[in-house]
Design a protein around this ligand. Structure first.
Ligand code: SAH
Ligand code: SF4
Ligand code: F3S
Length: 450
């Protein structure tokens, strides 16, 4: 079939999309770039908040309309939403042909077979696979042709039970991938000229926990740091098991970037307890102090939920004061979204929307000031930037620094994509503007920009 995959959600879903695409190609199907050229659309969905679900529903609505108007296209609902009752109901409503959960993505060829058979018979397939396949930890996902950045999932699932979160339901229990599978994949990326790898998992720090045959996350980091990819980044870290040996590996291994995404979710102990986050404010601050002491040029980012059921103004002010204490360089801020089936869904989410949006706006304002201060301090300094693609403003190209700053440089200064040394000329809260002072600082040959 002529297939097109649309991806929602986190980087783990992006990685899964690469796996789905390589399965499709192995099965003799064609990947098409434009959705209108496809006769099979696969939606790799996210269910973490209401918004990504709304996006999928709206797309499914459009597809149903087109199909009723005579377009010959089959639809597979894959990823986290597919795993939930909510997803099943949506699939029914929009006459989806196949439902494949995130633990069963390699069943995609079976789904297509069922779709093809049903098409032949002039029926709808209604294929379903929602199992958590054990062999999903030992597959091989080749890097995208010509990619500068590679994603590498090191573990699947989540054993935490944060009361607001649907992910443990959608992705099942934690399973770490074998070390050899990870190293093989990292080495293939190094050979393919990938300049930056992201090690992915819902809590990368619990890699190998409870399995004596696997190394710790810190040891894994050190191993991957030595395969020849110039930059190693990882996400997401859970503060609960963010141990000193991980901080030491970041400080000591040159390839491991000094950038840490460490979601805190709230600054209030009372809210953290009700979220079942398994750490308190002081423990979080202790980790931050240790990180800043051992890795002086570190950049820290976080995730925050505002408007958790029962969050008082006092609780929220503790989140603001935590932001002042830590001075995160960057933060991803979310309004609490009640997910059916999660423990906190039982709490009455009765906070007026106006209060939630007001808190969000105040937090964003505060974060902006912190980001601007941190970025402003970089003016005049040189950063190593992986120049990746044309920026939205056509006069610039966009890249990321070792510490994950978004950096724009004038297009006429860059002849090739890849690693460049860039002097920062100007700073805004979310973007640095710079000039190239040297190219090709990467360890591997760079490709020509198109
Ligand atoms: N495993 C990661 C995060 C996974 S989800 C961790 O534990 O940090 C990414 C982010 O989405 C979370 O950090 C949280 O801030 C946010 N999130 C998850 N569920 C949410 C919900 N129900 N409402 C709002 N934000 C949510
Ligand atoms: Fe969700 Fe918590 Fe697991 Fe992260 S650690 S995926 S927030 S349950
Ligand atoms: Fe979304 Fe699933 Fe990732 S719910 S955030 S795609 S793990």
């Amino acid at each position: 079939m002529r297939a097109h995959v649309i991806t929602f959600g986190c980087q783990m879903n992006e990685y899964d999309t690469l796996t789905i695409q390589s399965e499709l190609v192995a099965g003799g199907h064609e990947l098409v770039d434009a959705p209108q050229d496809a006769n099979l659309i696969l939606l790799n969905t996210c269910a973490v908040r209401g918004k990504p679900i709304e996006k999928v529903v709206s797309l499914l609505g459009d597809l149903r309309k087109e199909r009723r108007a005579g377009r010959d296209v089959s639809v597979a609902l894959m990823g986290c939403l597919a795993q939930l009752d909510e997803g099943k109901a949506i699939a029914e409503k929009f006459e989806v042909d196949a439902l494949v959960g995130p633990g069963a993505i390699t069943d995609v060829l079976e789904a297509i077979e069922a779709i093809e058979e049903a098409r032949f018979a002039g029926e709808r397939a209604a294929f379903e696979s929602l199992r958590f396949r054990e062999d999903l930890v030992d597959h091989h996902t080749p890097p995208h042709e010509g990619a500068l950045t590679g994603f590498l999932t090191i573990m699947r699932g989540c054993d935490h039970h944060c009361t607001y979160c649907i992910v443990p339901t959608t992705r099942g229990p934690e399973v770490s991938r074998p070390l050899e599978a990870i190293v093989r994949e990292a080495e293939a990326m190094a050979r393919a000229g990938v300049q930056e790898v992201y090690l992915l998992g819902q809590n990368v720090n619990s890699y190998g926990l409870g399995d004596a045959s696997l190394p710790s996350f810190a040891e894994l980091l050190r191993t991957v740091a030595r395969v020849g990819i110039p930059r190693v980044k990882f996400t997401t870290s859970h503060p609960m098991n963010f141990t000193s040996d991980v901080i030491d590996a970041i400080a000591e291994e040159e390839a491991v970037c000094n950038y840490i995404h460490l979601p805190v979710q709230s600054g209030s102990d009372r809210v953290l307890r009700r979220m079942a986050r398994e750490y308190g404010r002081e423990r979080y601050l202790d980790i931050v102090r240790e990180i800043r002491a051992k890795v002086p040029d570190v950049v820290l980012s976080t995730d925050i939920i505002v408007g958790f059921p029962g969050e008082t103004e006092e609780d929220f002010s503790e989140t603001l004061s935590l932001f002042d204490e830590v001075a995160f360089e960057h933060a991803y801020t979310f309004i609490y979204s009640a997910r059916p089936g999660t423990p906190s869904h039982r709490h009455f989410d009765d906070m007026p929307k106006r209060i939630k949006t007001d808190r969000l706006a105040r937090l964003i304002e505060l974060q902006k000031a912190h980001s601007l201060r941190a970025n402003g301090a970089l003016v005049g300094r040189e950063l190593r930037v992986l120049v990746k693609e044309a920026a939205r403003d056509g006069d610039f190209v966009m890249g990321h620094s070792d510490q994950q700053h978004t950096v724009l440089v004038p297009k006429d200064q860059v002849r090739r994509l890849g690693l460049h040394s860039v002097r920062v000329d100007q700073a805004t809260p979310h973007t640095l503007y710079g000039s190239v002072v040297g190219a090709d600082v990467g360890a591997v040959p760079l490709r020509l920009a198109s």
